[in-house]
Design a protein around this ligand. Structure first.
Ligand code: DX5
Ligand code: ZN
Length: 219
């Protein structure tokens, strides 16, 4: 698979200036904007909700890759569809009804993503693989940017890529957490093709850092 996509994470941007931060992301060659929604329950941190995403939508044409770290995310499917989310990704650990929740996301017209934490076995994804457009393997524990990449998660990326091939499916495989110009190569080799990067890209010149990630993918 060579359909690589880079997704700068708005979590690492300046929260007081989303409009200009989105403009800066548009100036890079990234395809996605990764948007982290945190409720202070599923993860300790709190970010923002669907109304903020709706406001952001007015300032960007990039694909909005919305990652919900909230309890019972099925409650918010309509809200994020109306806010203009393109992909809505939800955790298996966050609902008793992951299958139904993913069906609801598809029915609302969004692409459906499913995500697991580092401590969750990869098999938790298997019952819903035929429903999803994207699988996200967390490469840090969710909740905060700037954490170290967990290399052991790469066996899960490889396993889900193998399962995809065996079943003849075509979902994207995304990684999120601790992605930089070194770890991106490990994730690519394991089988990932969508790469979220927060602190690495925002802690330097955004255009240059995204270009460096792209170069690392070409190595
Ligand atoms: C963590 C979030 C990530 C975060 C990644 O819970 O899901 O999207 O922004 O940030 P970095 O790239 O700094 O690890
Ligand atoms: Zn995320």
């Amino acid at each position: 698979m060579t359909n690589y996509k880079i997704a700068p994470s708005i979590l690492a941007a300046d929260y007081a200036n989303f409009a200009s931060e989105l403009k800066r992301i548009e100036e890079t060659d990234a395809e996605y904007v990764h948007i982290d929604i945190m409720d202070g329950q599923f993860v300790p941190n709190i970010s923002f909700g669907a109304d903020v995403v709706a406001s952001m939508r007015k300032h960007s044409k990039l694909v909005f890759d919305v990652h919900l770290m909230v309890v019972n995310p099925e409650r918010y499917v309509e809200a994020y569809a109306q806010a203009g989310a393109d992909i809505m990704t939800i955790h298996t650990e966050s609902t008793l009804h992951i299958h139904g929740a993913l069906q609801k996301i598809k029915a609302a017209g969004m692409k459906a993503g499913v995500v697991i934490n580092p401590g969750t076995p990869v098999e938790a994804l298997f019952p819903v693989l035929d429903l999803v457009d994207q699988v996200l393997i967390m490469t840090v524990n969710p909740g905060f940017g700037g954490q170290a990449f967990i290399p052991e998660t790469m066996t899960k990326v490889a396993r889900v890529a193998q399962e995809r091939q065996e079943r003849g499916l075509s979902f994207d495989i995304e990684v999120d957490g601790g992605i930089d110009n070194t770890t991106i190569g490990q994730a690519k080799v394991a089988g990932a093709n969508v790469f979220v990067a927060g602190s690495y890209v925002f802690k330097g010149d955004l255009v240059e850092r995204v270009a460096t990630l792209r170069e690392a993918l070409n190595d």
